[in-house]
Design a protein around this ligand. Sequence first.
Ligand code: NAD
Ligand code: UDP
Length: 328
Amino acid sequence: MHLQQRILVTGGAGFLGSHLCERLLAQGADVLCADNFFTGTRNNIEHLLDHKHFELTRHDVTFPLYVEVDEIYNLACPASPIHYQRDPVQTTKTSVHGAINMLGLAKRVKAKILQASTSEVYGDPNVHPQPEQYWGHVNPVGPRSCYDEGKRCAETLFFDYWRQHKLRIKVARIFNTYGPRMHPNDGRVVSNFIIQALLGRDLTVYGDGTQTRSFCYVDDLIDGLMKLMATKDQITGPINIGNPIEFSMLELAATVIEMTGSRSRVVHRSLPENDPRQRRPDISRAQEVLSWTPRTQLKEGLIRTIAYFEKLLKENDVRAILATDQVT
Ligand code: NAD
Ligand code: UDP
């Protein structure tokens, strides 16, 4: 008889997944991390490899997985636009086939399953801030569609397994999250600006920089996911998890320059196609249902993230970090 909670984290070697594995182990669970290392790295979980309750398996979620677990956090999917647009067909397969395989597993072993969905299901929203009831404004045939529509279809599958097979599901819509272990070269704005500022290079603001995002620190995000997993069976979500404080990219650039004491300047580059104008979660549902609210102020989170990248740049050859894409 196995009394300890056995928890599967797909995408566990990625940015969010590695933090989640760490927190679940600290809580006393047995953690199985399944990852195909498309964007994740062994470095992210190296410190966990000797933990007696941690197990790592190289696995692609587009193929079935046969394990015995009590809970599944389905995080497997590249999250940055550069990475998910590299092999868009594989991105859709990861979201859709991955969801089918993990839901099938949950059904067989009667596990509770949480989906890492995304604010991208709202597309370029014309309702602001975005509540969960909003159905979104998504281009089905653009360069971001493999990710947006893949995640939307995964949500559909979760809710159909819930209605049809009575599965215990939880769907979290994650908004932009940052923190240590973000990829140094995945093109996301927080990591880009910090590295550019630390190297004294120009900060590349796309478009006029008035577009907005709301940034959640990773520890707060993981708290939210774990709280959602712990809710009663009738709570399915979708629930927005993110920080509702909104910043323009120009404000973010100025903050990073100030905090790093850098002499870098801002330069403007063209805005990527279908780049959402604004994004901010309405988190009333998370506050009410999960009693969750993000606690980390942007500056506090940036201090820790800047320290992480400073160390990374000191310990590694900068050119190697920036030239070699971590995608294998
Ligand atoms: P990440 O790229 O660091 O992590 C994703 C992990 O999934 C990587 O370790 C990667 O190797 C793995 N993976 C990719 N395809 C796989 C496959 N077919 N089989 C097995 N493993 C696979 O990204 P992240 O920021 O940690 O995001 C984790 C999850 O959270 C993703 O599902 C993402 O869509 C979601 N999310 C993240 C954010 C954010 O701001 N970080 C926002 C919204 C949603
Ligand atoms: N962005 C930017 N400079 C960069 C990278 C990104 O101005 O070097 C902008 C990007 O156009 C978008 C915002 O920052 O408006 C957030 O981009 P990111 O890729 O981090 O996340 P997403 O667009 O998926 O929210």
